[in-house]
Ligand binder design. Structure first.
Ligand code: SF4
Length: 440
């Protein structure tokens, strides 16, 4: 592996870079390479790209902003009309359909245009593919008795597969001394409210059940729901963190037993607390460790370090496998944040060495970490940065796949079908690489 040095200037995306990566990384599909590059750079939607005949689902800002630019600076309709995801197909690399999360970036070289009435993604005048936008579910047109919009209460992502329930849109880790350095949950809440949007801070169980009842009746695509939100350090609505988050799956499973697969993204809890979630019917647990290197965890997740601590966090992840079963514990890390300035590694090789160690540690125990591609959002402690070069993500996907295959692990449940052309997980390409046989 090259010891490519990262620097402060974002590596440009060009066709020749993509082709070079395609030649060099033959164990991963080209779809995964292009997907990671688009996630890395974001997309510039030209106003014409919104002039499509079919109604589609726009970005619901389901937890973070996942944009490279503040909402107030997104012009030309991108702030309200950008689709949640795109499905890209054909083009220069003859891509299989590839679902990619939208990260608005007016400075991106990836331009969304309209060619013969069809949204088309272009890089340096070369067509990367024809694009579809996600369909808007029928139940998005209802309103709850309390006057809330379904897309605000229970949005779907991953092409409609996952109902994403951010039940608490803030985090009690607050300010630079506590917030995770890559996270804009609190800032995003403020910018959404500042833009005059309905954006409920703490969701009402009844609102969620009302929307879920429409999904139950009208929807055939959603198979999974996620309960998540910011950390609760003291209490929220007179409940401690565990009881606060527990009330949602408890109510959902009571009313719709086993209708969808329930997932929880929360802090790393002790086994007794994990058991409470299993008891109400939650199947998958995501106690996200964010970054493997211990010293970087301290710097990048200062609140988690202060309240729980790295060693405790990792121990709890491992312990939770005794409760959920190892294949049902899927901790996330933020792919690329270990290369962030000022504390991160200086080379791709060092970053992969460290992150790969973490993958081996967990996968040897049957726990399969997944990752989201770091988006350097402006309102975070880390701020706008160059971000990792594309080579980092190619190395990461290759390492992830090799380790996953080394331990002969099952496809992580709750993500739909794996493989290029089928995967719907949109914020990284880890599902796209599963089962790929390689190319000459
Ligand atoms: S714990 Fe960290 S990543 Fe999670 S919401 Fe709070 S600040 Fe963000």
């Amino acid at each position: 592996m090259a010891t490519l040095e990262t620097n402060t200037v974002r590596q440009a995306s060009t066709i020749s870079l993509l082709e070079e990566m395609e030649r060099k990384y033959k164990e991963i599909p080209v779809e995964s390479i292009v997907k990671q590059d688009i996630l890395r750079m974001g997309i510039h939607f030209l106003p014409e790209s919104f002039l499509v005949s079919e109604e589609y689902k726009s970005k619901d800002y389901f937890i973070f902003s996942f944009d490279h630019t503040p909402l107030s600076e997104l012009g030309d309709g991108a702030d309200t009309k950008a689709p949640e995801e795109i499905r890209l197909q054909g083009g220069h690399f003859n891509l299989l359909p590839t679902v990619i999360s939208t990260r608005n970036n007016p400075a991106s070289p990836y331009k969304m245009k309209l060619h013969d009435g069809v949204p088309t993604l272009v890089l340096d005048e070369t067509i990367i593919g024809k694009v579809a936008y996600p369909p808007k579910p029928s139940w998005y047109n209802h309103k709850t008795q309390s006057g809330k919009l379904p897309g605000e209460i229970a949005p779907v992502i991953e092409w409609g597969y996952l109902i994403y329930l951010t039940v608490f849109r803030n985090c009690q880790y607050f300010g630079k001394e506590e917030e995770c350095a890559y996270c804009d949950i609190n800032h995003n809440y403020r910018q959404q409210r500042g833009a005059g949007r309905p954006y409920t801070g703490v969701k009402d169980v009844d609102d969620i059940l009302e929307v879920m009842s429409w999904i139950d009746k009208e929807d055939k695509i959603a198979e999974v729901y996620t309960i998540t939100g910011g950390s609760v350090l003291t209490n929220l609505k007179k409940k401690n963190e565990v009881d606060f988050y527990l009330q949602y799956p408890e109510a959902i499973e009571k009313k719709f037993p086993g209708r969808w697969m329930g997932k929880l993204v929360a802090q790393a809890f002790e086994k007794e607390d994990c058991q409470k979630f299993v008891d109400v019917g939650v199947k998958i647990y995501h106690p996200n460790y964010e970054v493997w290197d211990k010293e970087l965890f301290k710097k990048i997740c200062p609140g988690k370090e202060a309240w729980i601590g790295y060693d405790n966090w990792i121990r709890r992840v491992v312990d939770s496998a005794e409760v959920f079963g190892p294949e049902h514990v899927i901790p996330n890390f933020v792919g690329g944040v270990e290369l962030s300035a000022p504390y991160g590694f200086k080379t791709v090789a060092e970053a992969i060495q460290s992150t790969g160690e973490g993958l081996d540690f967990f996968m040897s125990k049957g726990i399969v970490p997944r990752f989201t591609a770091w988006c350097p959002e402006p309102y975070t402690t880390l701020g706008t940065q160059a971000g990792p070069p594309l080579e980092y993500f190619c190395e990461l996907l290759t390492t992830w796949k090799r380790t996953f295959e080394k331990y002969n692990l099952p496809t992580p449940p709750g993500y739909g079908e794996p493989g290029a052309g089928k995967a719907v997980f949109s914020v990284s390409a880890f599902m796209d690489v599963i089962g790929y046989k390689g190319r000459n």
